[in-house]
Design a binder for this molecule. Sequence first.
Ligand code: ZN
Ligand code: ZN
Length: 362
Amino acid sequence: MQTEHTAVRRDRLRTQLAGLEVDAALITRLVNVRYLTGFTGSNAALIVYADGTDVFCTDGRYRTQASAQVPDLERVIERNCARTLAERLHAEKVPRIGYESHTVTVDGLDELRTAAPNATLTSAQQAVEGQRAVKDEGEIDLLREACAIADRALADLIERDGIGAGRSELEVGRELDGLMLQRGAEERSFETIVASGPNSAVPHHRPTARTLERGDFVKLDFGARHGGHHSDMTRTFVLGQPGDWQREVYAVVLAAQRLGREALRVGADVRDVDAAARNHVKAAGYGDQFSHGLGHGVGLEIHEAPTVSYLGAGTLAERMTLTVEPGVYLEGRGGVRIEDTLVVRADGPELLTRTSKDLTVL
Ligand code: ZN
Ligand code: ZN
């Protein structure tokens, strides 16, 4: 295991404080506290100081857990961690505090201002999210295993004819969820999507009692969580012999998805990656039916930086982990999405979701 020690992550954040023009960062977003400390409980906050005397806070329920998971930091036990740590910064006369303006509520900001009335409160500019976009090999190992669990669960489902005519979307989804847990997932990554027939034309359809029928597209979008890391994969199947329109749409999405994967290069602009796939869909005449971005980062969250979209910004770096998931949705008829989770590597992307993408007739 090559997981970076969380101290290394805090040190990297520390090097950003001067550029943010702050003397300390008050981290209140739980997933960021987890990333920087290893703490997995449901209430915590953290101060990262320029001088390295970082302080962690959680409440009494987590006293024992915190001493095991965060042994290397001073630990404060209080219910309202954000306020407690802001009061501490006030007592220490820290003049400039960086705070997570993208998640602190209006009420929360009022509370920080009351607790540290003399300090300048400045946005931390999603510094931790930016750091999290590039993974270390330990994180990639966790994600690779999460993807392998999802692959095995889907193989199990197909082997037992779990995606058959007469079954409901809800039944298929619950069975797939159960198989992921049996195969070692600590949790599913998100609510499993099972979308059949006309429902497959809805990008984020929630499973219903509709029963699968011959001639349907059946779209499964699902993932396993392992060590806090989220896999994400979509496969679309056909029940019975596919019609010509189904073969055509599937071939367009499959080719676009391959072009998108091949565009995952170190230094590539995310808008160019999106365009690599989208231009193929447009040229085939389905541009208006591809109604979302190409992909997103995955890791401690199912959707995180970077956003791979025509609305995105920035370039890809080595060891970013992200999805490539073009889709074409024909309202009232059906739709296809094909999604993989991959790692950006210097010598070309590493594919983590290994289930075949050939048109599979069940
Ligand atoms: Zn997905
Ligand atoms: Zn996705």
